[in-house]
Design a protein around this ligand. Structure first.
Ligand code: PGA
Length: 669
C-alpha cells in the first residue's frame, strides 16, 4: 500500500515535494500546463492542513543533452547558437514558478529559490513566511540528479532532504526514474508519502496487473512490437482479450503468414510475436488482430486512403489504419469488458485520413465508461489521441505518465512509487471453532457497520462452515474474508480437508496458516505448513503465517531461534514477488487464549527480530514493508500500547474477536 499525504501529520512541517513540471516550453513560455495544474490539489491540501512551507522540485527537459543536440543542429545548419539563451528559454524553472503563482491565485505566495541551483537553500527556505510555496531550480542542472552512481545521487538527495521533514512525491511522470529527487531522497527524510496525483495513477494502473475487475480487455497499439513485449506478456496474465493494433499488428500478421505489403514490420520480432500468440493460446486469451485495413501507397498525411477488404495487404500498399470490419469486431470484444486498458493507437491517427480506427476505439472506450466499466488510458500516444478526439474526460482515468504508466503495466516496481510504500496495519479476528451461522451473521453485520470508516485493514476468519454465510455480508466492505486453514493438496481424496479451490469459490481472500493450535494440537510441522503457504500463494491468496515460541522455549532463551526457524522453513521457496502477499503473525504460544499478553517491549523485541530475519532473506525493502501482527490475548485494554510499537503492525485476535464490543475498540485503536 502506498502511504499518502492524507495519513501524515502535516502540522508545522516543512514539505519537500517532487512534482513533474516537465512541461513543454518555448522562449520561456509554458505551452501546456496539464502537469502544473495536476499538482495543485496536493499543494493546496498540504497548506490547508498546516504545512509550514512547501518546497517544490522538478526537472524540466534535459539541459545538458538538449543543449548539445540543439548546438550540433545549429552548427550543421550553419546558424549561430547561444547556449545561455537556449537554456533560459527552455530549461529554467523561474517562468514555471511564475505560472504556478498565477494558477494558485493571490491567496498563495510562490517564490523562486534562484538560478544558482538546488544546493544551499535551507536558510532561504526557512526565512520564508509560513504558507509559502518555494520552487527550486531545475534539478537536472546537477549531474548528480540522474547519475548512475548511487553515491553521487545521494549527495544531491541529502542536500534536498535538508529542506523538508516530509518528502512528498507527486511526480508520476518520473516515477520510473531512480533519480536523486525522485527516489534517493527518501533515504534521508523521516517520512515519505505520495501526493494525490500519484495516488490516483497507482490506484488505477496497479490493479490492472495485480487484481483487475474481470473480464479485462487490453487494447495495445503503437508502432513497435519491441517496445511492447513486456506489457503484452504482463497483460496476458489477466486479460480475457488482447486487441493488438497499430504498426505492431503487421508483425503479428506476418508471423501468421498473412501478406502485409509495404507495411511497417520488425522482422527480428517475428519469433517474439509467435511466442506471444502461443502463450495467449495456452492462457485462453483471445487475440484480436485486424481483419481489414485502410492502406496507402506512402506514409504521408496527403496520401489517398485505400480500403482493403481482407486481412492480406496488397504488395504496393502499406497498412495505415484498421477498416470497418475490424471496428465492428472491436465493438463485440469491448462490450464484454468490466475493465479496459488502452495503450497505443490502432492507426496513424495523427493523419486525419487514417484516424478513424483510433477514433472509433476512443468512442467505444468512452461508451464503456458510461456503462460503469473501469477505463484506463496510459501512454503518450493514446493520451494524445483521446485529447484529439475530445474524449479525455469520458475515461475513468487518463494517465499523465508515458514511460511510467507503461512500466507499471509491465508489472515493474517503480522507484518513485516504491519509496512511498508503507506497511499497513491489519487487524484480524480469528473466530476459531465458535458460533453458528446466525450468530456469525449478526456479528459480521455489526462489524461491517462499526468499521465502515475504520482507518486500518480488517479481516475476519470464520470456520469453514460459516464462510458462505459471512462472505456475502462482508462483500464490498473494508473487511476481508479469511479462512483458518487449508489442505496442502489442491484436490483429491483427502477426507475431512478443505481445498484452496473451494476457499476461492467462497470468496476467501486470506488464509491463516501455521497457527499454534495447528502446530501444537494438530501436529503440523514446518514442511507441511510451507507446502500450504506455497499452494495458497500460488492461488493468489494472502497468507498469514503464524509463528511463536512455547513457554518452555521462552524460558530456555530460544525465542529467536524458534522464530527464525519457523520463518525460514515456512517461507522456503517463496519468491520475493509472492512475499508481498505474506503477513507474519508473531503469536507466543503461552499467550494465546491464556489472558497473558507479552509486554509491548518484549513483543517489540521479537517483532524487530522477525523483521531482521525477513531482511536477511529478502532484503531491506521487503523487510520494511512486511506486515507483522501480534497475537496472543490482545484485548481492548492492551491493543493500543502493543500496536504503538514500531514493528507491530496490527493484531491477530482470538477470544476478543468474538464480540463486536471487544473487537471494534481493538480494530479502531
Ligand atoms: P487470543 O487468540 O486472542 O484468544 O489469545 C489469538 C490467536 O489464536 O490468534
Amino acid at each position: 500500500m502506498i502511504k499518502t499525504v492524507k495519513t501524515v501529520n502535516l502540522k508545522d512541517k516543512r514539505i519537500i515535494m517532487r512534482v513533474d513540471f516537465n512541461v513543454p516550453m518555448k522562449d520561456g513560455v509554458v505551452q501546456d500546463d496539464t502537469r502544473i495544474v495536476a499538482s495543485i490539489p496536493t499543494i493546496k491540501y498540504l497548506l490547508a492542513n498546516g504545512a509550514r512551507t512547501v518546497t517544490l522540485m522538478s526537472h524540466l527537459g534535459d539541459p545538458a543533452k538538449d543543449a548539445e543536440k540543439a548546438k550540433a543542429k545549429a552548427e550543421k545548419d550553419g546558424k549561430t547558437f547561444n547556449m545561455e539563451a537556449y537554456i533560459k528559454g527552455k530549461h529554467r524553472m523561474a517562468p514555471v514558478a511564475a505560472y504556478l503563482a498565477k494558477k494558485l491565485g493571490k491567496k498563495y505566495s510562490v517564490v523562486f529559490a534562484g538560478e544558482d541551483g538546488c544546493y544551499n537553500k535551507k536558510a532561504f527556505i526557512e526565512s520564508q513566511k509560513p504558507g509559502t510555496v518555494i520552487m527550486l531550480e531545475n534539478t537536472r542542472f546537477h549531474k548528480e540528479e540522474t547519475s548512475s552512481d548511487p553515491k553521487e545521487r545521494d549527495k544531491l538527495a541529502k542536500a534536498l532532504a535538508e529542506y523538508g521533514d516530509i518528502f512528498v512525491n507527486d511526480a508520476f511522470g518520473t516515477a520510473h526514474r531512480d533519480h536523486a529527487s525522485t527516489a534517493s531522497i527518501a533515504k534521508f527524510v523521516p517520512v515519505s508519502a505520495a501526493g494525490f496525483l500519484m495516488e490516483k495513477e497507482v490506484n488505477y494502473l496497479e490493479p490492472i496487473v495485480t487484481d483487475p475487475v474481470k473480464p479485462l480487455v487490453a487494447i495495445i497499439g503503437g508502432a513497435k512490437v519491441s517496445s511492447k513485449i513486456a506489457v503484452l506478456e504482463s497483460l496476458l496474465k489477466n486479460s480475457a482479450a488482447l486487441i493488438i493494433g497499430g504498426g505492431m499488428a503487421y508483425t503479428f500478421q506476418k508471423a501468421l503468414g498473412q501478406k502485409i505489403g509495404k507495411s511497417l514490420v520488425e522482422d527480428d520480432q517475428i519469433d517474439t510475436a509467435k511466442k506471444i500468440l502461443e502463450a495467449a493460446k495456452k492462457a485462453g486469451v483471445e487475440i484480436v488482430l485486424p481483419v481489414d485495413h485502410v492502406g496507402a501507397d506512402k506514409f504521408d498525411p496527403a496520401a489517398k486512403p485505400v480500403a482493403i477488404a481482407g486481412q492480406n495487404i496488397p504488395d504496393k500498399l502499406m497498412g495505415m489504419d484498421v477498416g470497418p470490419k475490424t471496428i465492428a469486431l472491436y465493438k463485440k470484444v469491448i462490450v464484454k469488458a468490466k475493465t479496459i486498458v488502452w495503450n497505443g493507437p490502432v492507426g496513424v491517427f495523427e493523419f486525419d485520413s487514417f484516424a478513424k480506427g483510433t477514433e472509433a476505439v476512443a468512442k467505444l472506450v468512452a461508451a464503456a465508461t458510461e456503462k460503469g466499466v473501469i477505463t484506463v488510458v496510459g501512454g503518450g500516444d493514446s493520451v494524445a489521441a483521446v485529447n484529439k478526439f475530445g474524449l479525455a474526460s469520458k475515461m475513468s482515468h487518463v494517465s499523465t505518465g508515458g514511460g511510467a504508466s507503461l512500466e507499471l503495466l509491465e508489472g515493474k516496481k517503480l522507484p518513485g512509487i516504491e519509496v512511498t510504500r508503507a506497511r499497513d496495519c491489519l487487524v484480524a479476528g480469528n473466530w476459531k471453532m465458535h458460533m453458528t451461522r446466525n450468530e456469525a451473521a449478526v456479528l459480521a453485520k455489526a462489524l461491517v457497520k462499526a468499521l465502515k470508516n475504520g482507518k486500518h485493514r480488517y479481516l475476519v476468519a470464520p470456520s469453514f462452515t460459516l464462510l458462505e454465510t459471512v462472505g456475502p455480508i462482508l462483500k464490498g466492505s473494508n473487511i476481508n474474508l479469511g479462512a483458518q486453514n487449508c489442505a496442502a493438496e489442491e484436490q483429491g481424496a483427502h477426507t475431512g480437508e478443505v481445498s484452496v479451490l473451494q476457499l476461492k469459490d467462497l470468496g476467501v481472500q486470506t488464509i491463516i496458516l501455521g497457527h499454534s493450535e495447528r502446530r501444537h494440537v494438530y501436529k503440523e510441522d514446518d514442511a507441511l505448513i510451507n507446502k500450504k503457504v506455497k499452494l495458497a500463494l500460488k492461488h493468489g491468496f494472502e497468507v498469514i503465517l503464524c509463528i511463536g515460541e512455547t513457554l518452555d522455549e521462552r524460558e530456555k532463551g530460544k525465542v529467536e531461534a524458534v522464530c527464525k526457524n519457523q520463518i525460514e522453513k515456512g517461507l522456503e521457496g517463496v519468491t520475493p514477488g509472492d512475499l508481498s502477499k505474506v503477513v507474519i503473525a508473531y503469536e507466543p504460544v503461552w499467550a494465546i487464549g491464556t489472558g497473558k499478553t507479552a509486554s509491548p517491549e518484549d513483543a517489540q523485541a521479537a517483532h524487530k527480530f522477525v523483521r531482521e530475519v525477513v531482511e536477511k532473506l529478502y532484503g531491506p525493502d521487503a523487510a520494511r514493508l512486511i506486515v507483522i501482527q501480534y497475537g496472543g490475548s490482545v484485548k481492548p485494554e492492551n491493543a493500543a500500547q502493543l500496536m504503538a510499537m514500531a514493528d507491530i503492525d496490527g493484531a491477530l485476535v482470538g477470544g476478543a474477536s468474538l464480540k463486536s464490543e471487544t473487537f471494534v475498540p481493538i480494530a479502531k485503536f
